[in-house]
Design a protein around this ligand. Structure first.
Ligand code: ACO
Ligand code: KIV
Ligand code: MG
Length: 515
């Protein structure tokens, strides 16, 4: 292995599963292990064989099916744990046993109730026991982040002499700070006489939100294995997230000068798999795999990205498994992104003035809705492009009232040929009452043939698009109206149909009447 390669040790199936509520079945673990293998993760910690018969079977099953990654089981520094791990790993192509014991004063005194000398003896015994089963021994100093440096040097030297090939330095409770943690790694590598006989690894927790920063600081100072989990799943605030570690190493190769073997295009599919199996959703602003990680809504950013992607992106969405980056149209978007999206949808404006009108309507809509979808744009543009239509009827205001047990009533004010009129009507529902009130003023004698409502997009803040079909003297028109308020959308659609059916242009070209 090149000295510039960082081994990616995934512990989603062991430490990730220790996250309360994240327990997985054997089949689920196997699916995730297959995804990790496809991603070319070097080592998969498949479980803790001693923990339960189910975990034993999971480790065994993964060991039997996964051939391209090393399969590992955790074991306390106890013969029974180590033998159980070895049993579960029998079917593996390449097996590793990861044995550990706590080395911090607080853990040794209160949890293990052992002296430091006893802990060293037990660690050495455990490493030797593992060596009776497999060559590939990993030894961890649990709570190394709060352990004394001199003691770490002593126990690690002894563990390497006993046959440990990987020495893991966990920051078990997420206590470390990057510059301090990197100093610890440097000191260990410099002071332990046989340090060159083992790969130094780190395993950081995220209690202070520093798991990735600490891991990267350690890599910069000589650590060559990082233990991490998909989506940062793990005990309490989680472990260092695999996707962040791998992409930091890839993106800042200029600074770190190391590589991993990971196929980064598998990151997003694997993240989704872990999220769907555990039910732990990924927050939208999560680095790399969050829904917004490659999305831009701000007009200035969108403009920059459209002109030159790297102005606001340090990675390519496609490199981590997204289809592409995303321009989200919303209230912070600008004209350039608006126009670009419309061009993609095959919609072009004849003049800048027409674009300006549509953009104005878009901003009004964006103030009411979180996100504007393609269907919203299509409805909005079709509204704008029919604006050459002579508007004999214009909605000024409406009020609709409905209450259980009472007949709905609507008060509508229209501008008809320039002057305002108001009418009130009752109906079977608020929409029926509105249509009756409009008809009372318009006296179009048109027949309502169709009324349909579509939620343009999902969510209760979605725009409703209403279609109203009117017929008069054999002429049929479809009017449409869109609004976040479905009752207003209905009135707009009816009035649009009235304008169409009374328009000379449409009278001259009846085939244009369907919009
Ligand atoms: C930092 C980490 O993530 S460490 C891994 C944590 N993961 C887990 O604990 C998940 C799986 N664990 C389990 O299923 C159970 O705890 C088991 C099966 C391992 C052990 O269960 P039990 O035998 O009932 O013991 P229990 O969990 O109550 O206590 C742990 C015992 O292990 C001892 N112990 C803890 N770590 C080690 C170690 N590395 N080496 C040796 N003994 C240890 C404790 O001192 C305690 O011993 P005691 O019973 O003599 O006081
Ligand atoms: C078992 C060890 C490596 C661990 O998970 C930790 O210390 O956090
Ligand atoms: Mg851990």
């Amino acid at each position: 292995m090149s000295e510039n390669q960082v081994i990616i040790f995934d512990t989603t199936l062991r430490d990730g599963e220790q996250s309360p509520g994240a327990s997985m079945t054997r089949e689920e673990k196997l699916r995730i292990a297959r995804a990790l293998e496809k991603m070319r993760v070097d080592v998969i910690e498949a479980g803790f064989a001693m923990a339960s018969p189910g975990d034993f079977e999971s480790v065994k099953s993964i060991a039997g099916h996964i051939k391209d990654s090393v399969i590992c089981s955790l074991a306390r520094a106890l013969d029974a744990d180590i033998d159980r791990a070895a049993e579960a790993l029998k079917p593996a192509n390449s097996a590793r046993i990861h044995t550990f014991i706590a080395t911090s004063p607080i853990h040794m005194q209160y949890k293990l109730r052992m002296t430091p000398e006893q802990v060293i003896d037990q660690a050495v015994h455990a490493v030797k026991r593992v060596r009776n089963h497999v060559e590939d021994v990993e030894f961890s100093c649990e709570d190394a982040g709060r352990s004394e440096l001199d003691f770490l040097c002593r126990i690690i030297e002894a563990a390497i002499n006993a046959g440990a090939k990987t020495i893991n330095i966990p920051d078990t409770v997420g206590y470390a700070i990057p510059h301090q943690f990197s100093e610890t790694i440097s000191q260990l590598l410099n002071r332990i006489p046989n340090a060159d006989k083992a790969v130094f690894s780190v395993h950081c927790h995220n209690d202070l939100g520093l798991a990735v920063a600490n891991s990267i600081a350690a890599v910069a100072n000589g650590a060559r294995q990082v233990e991490c989990t998909i989506n940062g799943l793990g005990e309490r605030a989680g472990n260092a997230s695999l996707e962040e570690i791998v992409m930091a190493i890839k993106t800042r190769h200029d600074l770190l000068n190391v590589d991993t073997k990971v196929d980064t295009t598998q990151i997003v599919p694997t993240s989704r798999l872990v999220s769907s199996i555990t039910g732990f959703s990924v927050q939208p602003n999560k680095a790399i795999v969050g829904a917004n990680a490659f999305a831009h809504e701000a007009g200035i950013h969108q403009d920059g990205v459209l002109k030159h992607r790297e102005t606001y992106e340090i990675m390519r969405a496609e490199d981590v498994g997204w289809n592409a980056n995303k321009m989200v149209l919303g209230k912070h978007s600008g004209r350039n992104a608006f126009r670009a999206r419309l061009v993609e949808l095959g919609i072009e404006f004849e003049s800048d003035a027409e674009l300006a009108v549509a953009f104005g309507k878009f901003k009004e809509l964006a103030d009411k809705k979180h996100e504007i979808y393609d269907e919203d744009l299509q409805a909005l543009v079709s509204d704008t492009q029919h604006s050459e239509l002579v508007e004999n009827y214009r909605l000024v205001s409406l009020e609709a009232y409905s209450k259980t047990g009472e007949t709905p009533i609507a008060h509508v004010t229209l501008e008809i040929d320039g002057s305002e009129q108001t009418a009130s009507e009752q109906g079977d529902g608020p929409v029926d009452a509105i249509f009756k009130a409009i008809e009372k003023m318009a006296c179009s004698n048109a027949n309502l043939q169709l009324y349909s409502v579509n939620a343009i997009t999902g969510g209760t803040d979605s725009q409703g698009e209403v279609t109203v079909r009117l017929e008069r003297d054999g002429r049929i028109v479809n009017g449409s109206g869109a609004d976040t308020d479905i009752v207003i959308a209905s009135a707009k659609a009816y009035i649009n149909a009235l304008n169409l059916i009374t328009s000379d242009a449409y009278r001259a070209h009846p085939q244009a009447a369907d919009v």
